[in-house]
Design a binder for this molecule. Structure first.
Ligand SMILES: NC(=O)c1ccc[n+]([C@@H]2O[C@H](COP(=O)([O-])OP(=O)(O)OC[C@H]3O[C@@H](n4cnc5c(N)ncnc54)[C@H](O)[C@@H]3O)[C@@H](O)[C@H]2O)c1
Length: 347
């Protein structure tokens, strides 16, 4: 019987992970933690929590704790109470642009918060700590696909710097205290009840309001988009495969530490992405069939700091966990559009 902590459980990825754990486990305890902050519309977080409450199967103990990662006493208390076997740290202040105007939130949640998790794992040993990193750690890397063997010493946002720091902190705790840790670098995750600060969601909101969307580099950007179920599949598999605790020739522990990319590995052209999104929005009835997309689309030059192509080399995940994301953009955006229609009820 496992006891699992999922932080950021009211978030996009965290809520989907809890739902997946409900399906997979027949017994055990799941504790979800989230501070329900208002970085984006908290109604979405309440909605996700209500879906979780309704889906809770018998046989599983589930508790939601409203609290902050940066609250050390709270985190220590939770670890002492539950003695978690597996911890999945998904709570973080996300978003690249927001980090320019709100750096404090990143230091509180991503640095102090993650440090509190590591310290709690040190004093209350866990089988495995899995935590979210991000493709943003690759910064301005020009070599594609992005591999975990590439150097990632040049972050171009504070958000990226905090995620890279998490990997460094984790390495240190794996080495010093023999804590098995795995960091997962997610590549642009999308899906139903996703994050409104991300492009596909923002584009949809703007088109509905009759506003114009801006497509950078004239649409000639290629990105790895990863459907949330694929991310959750990856996290679920990785949770069960902690890096082994081994000793080196010197008799000292080799850090049980790993980092993987999770991304589709099939970059999509931004213009194709927008075309599929608009087709699916019409299909789901979010926008009328005669919506004049051309009048609401503006192709603009590249923004400073933008990278034309980013995508994951996810061969290590395939090698070690037998998994590569599979859901196509068409399928994924269809699910998003259908959810959007149902949730916001547009005619
Ligand atoms: N969605 C993506 O495309 C993407 C890409 C790369 C990395 N990530 C990372 O994956 C993780 C999950 O992302 P998401 O898209 O689900 O984001 P999200 O914002 O929907 O979820 C994060 C949740 O954490 C909570 N939270 C934030 N700070 C907290 C704190 N100090 N204490 C407690 N709760 C706190 C928020 O309220 C939110 O519900 C994050 O670590 C994010 O940085 C996401």
């Amino acid at each position: 019987m496992k006891t699992i902590l999922v932080t950021g459980s009211a978030g996009f990825i965290g809520s989907n992970l809890v739902l997946r754990l409900f399906k997979e486990l027949s017994e055990g305890t799941i504790v979800g933690l989230d501070n329900l902050n208002d970085y984006y519309d908290p109604t979405l977080k309440d909605y996700r929590l209500s879906v979780i409450e309704k889906a809770k199967p018998t046989g599983i103990e589930y508790e939601f704790v409203k609290g902050d990662l940066a609250d050390k006493a709270l985190i220590d208390g939770l670890f002492e109470k539950y003695h978690f076997d597996v911890v999945v740290n998904l709570a973080a202040q996300a978003g690249v642009r927001y980090s320019i105007t709100n750096p404090d939130a990143y230091i509180q949640s991503n640095m102090i918060g993650f440090y509190n998790i590591l310290e709690a794992c040190r004093h209350n040993p866990v089988e495995h700590l899995v935590y979210a990193s991000s493709s943003s750690v690759y910064g301005g890397n020009k070599k594609v696909p992005f591999s975990t063997d590439d150097r990632v010493d040049n972050p171009v946002s504070l958000y990226a710097a905090t995620k890279k720091s998490n990997e460094l902190f984790a390495h240190c705790y794996s080495k010093l205290y023999d804590i098995p840790t795995t960091g997962l670098r997610f590549f642009t995750v999308y899906g139903p009840a996703g994050r409104p600060d991300m492009a596909y969601f923002g584009f949809t909101n703007k088109l509905l309001k009759g506003e114009t969307i801006q497509i950078f580099n004239y649409g000639n950007c290629r990105r790895d988009f990863t459907y949330v179920d694929d991310i959750v599949e990856g996290v679920y598999r990785v949770m069960q495969g902690a890096p082994e605790r081994k000793k080196g020739e010197d008799g000292l522990p080799i850090p049980p530490y790993a980092v993987y990319n999770i991304g589709g590995g099939q970059p999509e052209n931004l213009l194709d992405f927008v075309n599929i999104l608009q087709e699916e929005l019409v299909r789901a009835g979010v926008l009328p069939a005669d919506f004049d997309f051309e009048a609401h689309k503006k192709l603009v030059p590249m923004q400073p700091g933008d990278v034309p192509t980013t995508y994951a080399d996810a061969t290590a995940l395939e090698r070690d966990f037998g998994f590569t994301p599979k859901i196509t953009l068409r399928e994924g955006l269809r699910k998003f559009a259908e959810w959007y229609k149902e949730f916001y009820g547009h005619k």
